[in-house]
Design a protein around this ligand. Sequence first.
Ligand SMILES: [Zn+2]
Length: 71
Amino acid sequence: MPAMLWIQCACGHQATRAIPSFEGMTRDRVLPAAKCGRCGQRGAVDMRIFWDTADPEAATDGGSTKRSPVQ
Ligand SMILES: [Zn+2]
């Protein structure tokens, strides 16, 4: 299950990408270093790190997200 980084620029642009690990992914380091893909500005205003649970197989092995099929 890949770790994902969600980040937001002051212009409102948001991006999500996979990251190899959580290590070093602190706000102090990531926010100033991020460069916006829309306005090109360096420095993000918010970020979040999460596990990608979109993969149904990954979500079944004790993950916090339990899904019930809706038929
Ligand atoms: Zn921007």
